[in-house]
Design a protein around this ligand. Structure first.
Ligand code: GRF
Length: 202
């Protein structure tokens, strides 16, 4: 499976995905990494692994359509089959959604539909839930609203801070995202309306 990754920051999920491809867990390859932030450490990680990187800043384009059109062209030019958002801090618009319909995944650090948005860990902590976790889902036009593929739960402990909870969740993210990508690569994911079903292995 040919993977394209969009990332804005640290890139630890990108690293987990590259590692899972490298060690054969995912039958696929990261073909291209694109960032909207020139300083993103994700770009360094990709370069380190010998993967082509591109940085496209929205401010260099006259509109979101043109910005996303350029991203879609890069992805299509590399014959990407699945796009994975890994800490990509922008809302995906119709241009990219239409170019890769049903083929964009995201990981979110909370158990959706609870606590969507930029501060999943903090919001869960402040709300007082006793379980949180992470969610891999397909991307649609909403904020963290697309069909849910996989989830993993972790406990919220009394002495947690945003940082300790985030790192407990992150550990699970690094396992969950490669699993979801593997299922997609194996052709085992079936979407029926909002429900994503995983076919048994043949
Ligand atoms: C992760 O917590 C992910 O769930 C969220 O953004 C963070 C990205 O971290 N969408 P990293 O850049 O993959 O290290």
């Amino acid at each position: 499976l040919r993977l394209g990754i969009l990332a804005s920051g640290r890139g630890s999920n990108l690293q987990a995905i590259m590692d899972a491809c490298q060690n054969g867990f995912i039958p696929g390859e990261v073909i291209i990494v694109i960032s909207d932030k020139p300083g993103a450490f994700a770009l360094e990680r990709a370069k380190q692994a010998g993967i082509p990187v591109h940085c496209l800043e929205p401010k260099s384009f006259d509109s979101k359509e043109l910005y996303e059109g350029a991203i879609a062209d890069l992805l299509a030019g590399s014959e990407v089959e699945l796009v994975c958002l890994a800490g990509y801090m922008r809302l995906v618009g119709s241009t990219l959604l239409e170019a890769f319909q049903g083929r964009i995944m995201n990981i979110h650090p909370a158990l959706l539909p609870s606590f969507p948005g930029l501060h999943g860990q903090r919001d869960a902590l402040e709300y007082g839930v006793k379980l949180s976790g992470c969610t891999v889902h397909f991307v649609d036009e909403g904020i963290d609203t697309g069909p849910i593929i996989l989830q993993a739960a972790v406990p919220v402990l009394d002495d947690d801070t945003e940082e300790t909870l985030a790192s407990r969740i992150l550990e699970q993210e690094h396992l969950l995202y490669p699993q979801a990508i593997k299922l997609f690569a194996q052709g085992r994911i079936k979407v029926q309306g909002r429900r994503v079903k995983v076919k048994a292995q043949e």
